[in-house]
Design a protein around this ligand. Structure first.
Ligand code: ZN
Length: 189
C-alpha cells in the first residue's frame, strides 16, 4: 500500500474540503500538486485521487483511466457492462454534480484509502458535473458509465464521503477475495 495515501479512519477523509480560488488554481504550487497527485495515482495504481487522500482538505481531484488497466483485469464483456472506456488524465477543481440520471447501477468498488476493502456500491449511471479546469475555466462534463462512477467517488471525497458509505456491508470483501469470488459477478439490479 502506498504510504502517501491516507487510510480510512483519518479525520481528513471525513472533512468538507474547501474550494480553491482562481489565483490558487493557476498558481505554480497547484501545478506541482497536480503533478504529485498524478504520480501517486499512477504508482498506486488507481483511476482517481482526491486531495484529502494525501492530507489536503482542498477541492482538487485527478482522474485517468488507462486502457492497460482495463485490459489487465477485465474482459471486453465486463468492460462493456461497466461502460468503461479510456479517460485521459485531467484535474478538476471545485467540482459539483448538477444533474443525475434516474438509473443507478451496482458494481464492486474500492478506494485507495479503503485499506484494500471493496464492496458493491450503487451509483448514478449518468451525471453532469460543473467544475473548473487547470486553467481555472468553467467546464461542464456529461459523463456516463465508469467515468460517471469515478467522478461520483472522487467528488464524494471532497464532501467527506467514502465509497463504503454507499456499500452494503454484507458485500464487503478484501481485494484478494474479490478477485477470487466476486469479480465475474454481473450487475445485481
Ligand atoms: Zn477513494
Amino acid at each position: 500500500m502506498n504510504e502517501q495515501i491516507i487510510q480510512i479512519g483519518h479525520p481528513v477523509l471525513r472533512q468538507q474540503a474547501r474550494p480553491l480560488t482562481t489565483a490558487e488554481i493557476i498558481s505554480d504550487e497547484t501545478k506541482k500538486l497536480i503533478e504529485k497527485m498524478q504520480g501517486i495515482m499512477r504508482t498506486a495504481p488507481g483511476v482517481g485521487l482526491a486531495a484529502p487522500q494525501i492530507g489536503l482538505s482542498l477541492q482538487v481531484i485527478v482522474i485517468e483511466d488507462r486502457l492497460e488497466y482495463m485490459q489487465q483485469h477485465f474482459s471486453e464483456a465486463e468492460l462493456k457492462a461497466r461502460g468503461r472506456k479510456p479517460i485521459p488524465f485531467h484535474a478538476l477543481f471545485n467540482p459539483k454534480i448538477t444533474a443525475t440520471s434516474l438509473e443507478q447501477v451496482t458494481f464492486f468498488e474500492g478506494c485507495l484509502s479503503g485499506a484494500g476493502l471493496m464492496g458493491e456500491a450503487s451509483r448514478f449511471y449518468q451525471i453532469t458535473v460543473e467544475a473548473l479546469n487547470e486553467q481555472a475555466q468553467p467546464v461542464v462534463i456529461e459523463a456516463e458509465g465508469w467515468y460517471a462512477r469515478i467522478l461520483q467517488h472522487e467528488i464524494d471525497h471532497l464532501n467527506g464521503i467514502l465509497c463504503i458509505d454507499h456499500t452494503d456491508p454484507r458485500t464487503l470483501t478484501t481485494r484478494e477475495n474479490y478477485v477470487e469470488f466476486w469479480k465475474t459477478k454481473q450487475q445485481t439490479d
